[in-house]
Write a protein that binds this ligand. Structure first.
Ligand SMILES: [Zn+2]
Ligand SMILES: [Zn+2]
Length: 253
């Protein structure tokens, strides 16, 4: 272990300790609307009202990106955005719409280090898999969307990895995070326009040459799918390495 790594670990432990101390000294508040929550179970990270306000992604779904398909596109099975940009994964799914409470929670989870949000958020994804009978039995393994190591240092943890581990455990699968590698530090996708997002992530993933993905069926996990550019590029790298099927599951889209 290098000195830098040791310092990282000590800092992480210190931050966790201070967070627990804060939780004791101050009563819990709803992470979305900030009102007081009386009990402290995982589910109570948001109040009942906010939980009920999470926007659910309703069928019919686009056969590519997984967004709700408007009536006038029903005959095509694919939304106009997916007609314009061919996505390399086989199909993406999301239980929630990236808006309101879901957006707020993902933001807390991602940028404010609320790693205890992983369990309740992955539960929403697990319930979706069960409700829509997603073909988990055919999966060989589950892969979290990797973060570039600079970003991993900033955020302390990869939120996709936490979601992936909970989901894999539920279905007796393996969550494997050292196969898919992320290279260049791409600009934050949120700052870019649609077309530039696809250019920004081009060739930014590769697969560890020691792994054998030939004929494998993979589920890729991330928190949000926006244009689908990042997931698509990751799926392309997995497919070039021999993967047969790549499904994508994100909490929201
Ligand atoms: Zn609330
Ligand atoms: Zn679509």
């Amino acid at each position: 272990m290098t000195k830098g790594e040791l310092i990282d670990i000590i800092m992480l432990m210190l931050r966790r300790f201070l967070q627990s101390l804060k939780d004791i000294l101050y009563p819990k508040t709803c992470l979305a609307c900030k009102s007081k929550v009386s009990t402290v179970t995982d589910e109570d990270l948001v109040c009942k009202k906010c939980y009920s306000e999470i926007k659910i992604n309703l069928p019919p779904f686009c056969f590519s990106c997984g967004r709700h398909l408007e009536k006038n596109n029903l005959n095509k099975n694919i939304c106009p955005a997916c007609v314009r940009n061919r996505l390399h994964f086989d199909r993406a799914y999301s239980p929630c719409v990236y808006d309101g409470v879901a957006k707020e929670l993902i933001h807390e989870f991602k940028y404010r280090g609320r790693d205890n949000l992983g369990k309740p958020l992955s539960k929403i994804m697990i319930n979706f898999i069960k409700e829509y009978s997603l073909p988990v039995n055919y999966l060989d393994f589950i892969i979290p969307m990797p973060l570039h190591k600079t970003k991993l240092r900033e955020r302390e943890f990869n939120q996709a990895e936490i979601l992936s581990m909970h989901i894999a455990k539920e279905f007796n699968k393996d969550s494997i995070s050292n196969i898919l590698l992320r290279h260049r530090q791409t600009k934050t996708q949120t700052e870019l326009k649609n077309k530039d997002r696809f250019l920004n992530v081009a060739n930014s993933f590769s697969v560890d040459s020691r792994s054998d993905l030939k004929g494998k069926n993979i589920l890729l996990i991330d928190d949000v799918l926006t244009t689908g550019a990042t997931s698509s590029e990751a799926a392309l790298a997995l497919k070039k390495a021999g993967a047969q099927t790549v499904f994508v599951l994100t909490l929201a889209n």
